[in-house]
Design a binder for this molecule. Structure first.
Ligand code: TNX
Length: 531
């Protein structure tokens, strides 16, 4: 009975939708881009089983059906509808029901193979519809990002397109190699607005990135509101801050919450970073009491590193740090809080150890798990502390010892992952201290064999940091991140066995029409056969 009722409702919805749809829809199928293949996806899926008989065509009658009772699945369905409606012009109602008689894209929680885990999915395409099954909403969302790439590139257009919306038939079973697939934005050297950050989140989520690390403080600027130390933002993040004095701005707590929520809706967890005990000039030039001699140094707008240090022997330092950690932890739902720890050249080794041994328990006190740049492993921290490797070499004794003890490592080797390095000598933006990084360099390494003694089990995942010394706008961010970000995303998601430059560069080249329609200002690397 209930089912009948639902069907009637569906048919009414579909019928109502039709008159509004058909007038503008093409009478005959228009020519379209070359047919997509199931394996034409970045990052490469784990298993693809094409079935040439099974292609599905989106039509004005297609509905998006989500598991009844799952608000999160329904949200994924609505996001998918928002993605597919502008280009198709189809109504694509999102219905939390058990079945429909209409052609459907079904987003189902449960009934996925066990091996897809917490973030994977199974996607089936037949003539009758598409079914994505996952154990979690995150898995469903990942499946919808794959589906998006299986549709013609024109699906990224913002106006109705005369295209046959065919999805290739068959089955994909897909899940990540590593639990952590991150990207970092540096808001300190040049501030980036909420709109810029969320635009980047949209791009990241298409490549199954699941962590966004925000580098919130550095010598040149403090970018997050802390109520108990209010001048950190008004002065430390105020006019004249940033590299060359042209990167001012900060996130209020409301802004930060908005970024966190926006990212969470795309199954991305925000990790805030407060860099210390070095990289602290913005705080120390704002509050003289944070300096051992009580004298505020001048604000800095140059790009030097390694000259600042909090006052290690002063209790006030730890009151400051605790205030910051407490306030930041309170607005951060994710498990991690990054405490920097890099390039503390103005802090003695002994002081560095003292500092970390006082600060690490503060992170735990406020319910967070600490992460830090690889230098933090010098202090033999508890095994739940995560190290982010940013070296350019392939050995690091502290890191290998930590891995042997059980600490997990995020791999961000600067000469592979640093999105702020120039592509070649002519790149207008970026730095080159870690070398030039072409797409094949970003792609051509294995996170589990990069550092001696840090193997697959010790590697939590990968992250692509984007430092902002030379970057101002969203266009700048896009130009440095694309196409290298998808390369790092593939290293984090796809199996080691699938690693193949020829396959990757072909699939990457097929992303270009999508980026053009999305307005992504990518670097057209000569290494890639761009469509
Ligand atoms: C090194 S990587 C830094 C940053 C710079 C970056 C520029 C790291 C942990 N520290 O302070 O912004 O190089 O590429």
């Amino acid at each position: 009975m209930r089912r009948r009722h639902t069907m009637t409702r569906l048919l009414v919805i579909a019928a109502l939708g039709l008159p509004f749809i058909l007038p503008g829809a093409p009478a005959v199928a228009a020519p379209t881009a070359p047919a997509r293949h199931l394996a034409d996806v970045v990052p490469a899926p784990v298993e693809t089983h094409p079935d040439a008989r099974g292609a599905f065509r989106l039509s004005p009658l297609t509905v998006i059906r989500t598991s009844p009772g799952s608000a999160a699945a329904w949200q994924v369905g609505r996001q998918l509808a928002d993605t597919l409606r502008p280009a198709t012009g189809y109504p694509l109602p999102v219905l939390p029901v058990r079945s429909t008689p209409l052609p459907e894209i079904a987003l189902v929680i449960g009934a996925a193979p066990g091996r897809v885990g917490q973030e994977g999915y199974q996607l089936d395409v037949t003539r009758h519809g598409v079914t994505i099954r996952a154990n979690t909403p995150a898995g469903l969302f990942a499946g919808t990002q794959t589906l998006r790439q299986l549709l013609p590139a024109q699906i990224e257009a913002s106006n109705r397109q005369r295209v046959t919306w065919t999805v290739p038939g068959g089955r994909i079973v897909d899940y990540p190699r590593f639990a952590y697939r991150g990207a970092m934005l540096d808001l300190a050297r040049h501030f980036h607005t909420v709109d810029e950050i969320t635009a980047y989140v949209d791009l990241l989520s298409q490549y199954k990135i699941n962590y966004l690390h925000l580098h919130l403080t550095d010598d040149q600027g403090w970018r997050i509101q802390i109520d108990s130390w209010p001048r950190l933002t008004t002065v430390g993040g105020g006019p004249g801050t940033g590299v060359d004095g042209v990167g001012p701005g900060f996130l209020t707590k409301a802004d930060y919450r908005a970024v966190v929520a926006y990212a969470a809706a795309r199954h991305i967890t925000v990790i805030p970073e407060i860099d210390m005990p070095g990289h602290t000039n913005a705080a120390q030039s704002t509050y003289p009491e944070l300096n051992c001699d009580g004298v505020a140094p001048a604000p800095r707008t140059d790009t030097a590193v390694g000259y600042s240090s909090l006052c290690i022997g002063d209790d006030l330092t730890y009151r400051f740090v605790e205030d910051v950690i407490r306030e930041l932890a309170a607005i951060t739902p994710g498990p991690y809080l990054h405490i920097g720890g890099d390039e503390a050249h103005a802090t003695t080794d002994e002081d560095y150890r003292t500092f970390m041994q006082r600060v690490l328990p503060l992170v735990a006190k406020y319910g967070k798990r600490a992460s830090g740049w690889n230098e933090i492993m010098q202090v033999d921290p508890p095994t739940d502390v995560v190290a982010q490797f940013w070296g350019t070499g392939t050995t690091n004794a502290d890191l290998a010892e930590a891995a042997a003890r059980g600490n997990k490592v995020i791999m961000s080797p600067a000469n592979r992952c640093y999105l702020d390095m120039k592509y070649d000598a002519n790149t207008r933006l970026g730095l080159r201290w870690a070398g030039l990084i072409e797409v094949s360099d970003a792609y051509g390494w294995d996170p589990a064999t990069r550092v001696t003694g840090v193997g697959e089990d010790a590697v939590l995942g990968v992250e692509a940091p984007l430092w902002s010394e030379t970057l101002r706008s969203l266009d700048d961010i896009e130009y440095m991140a694309f196409p290298r970000l998808p390369a790092i995303a593939e290293l984090g998601w796809s199996t080691a066995a699938s690693h193949d430059w020829e396959s990757f560069r072909a699939r990457l080249g097929e992303q270009a029409p999508r980026w053009r329609l999305q307005g992504v200002d990518f670097y057209p690397s000569p290494q890639v056969p761009w469509l």
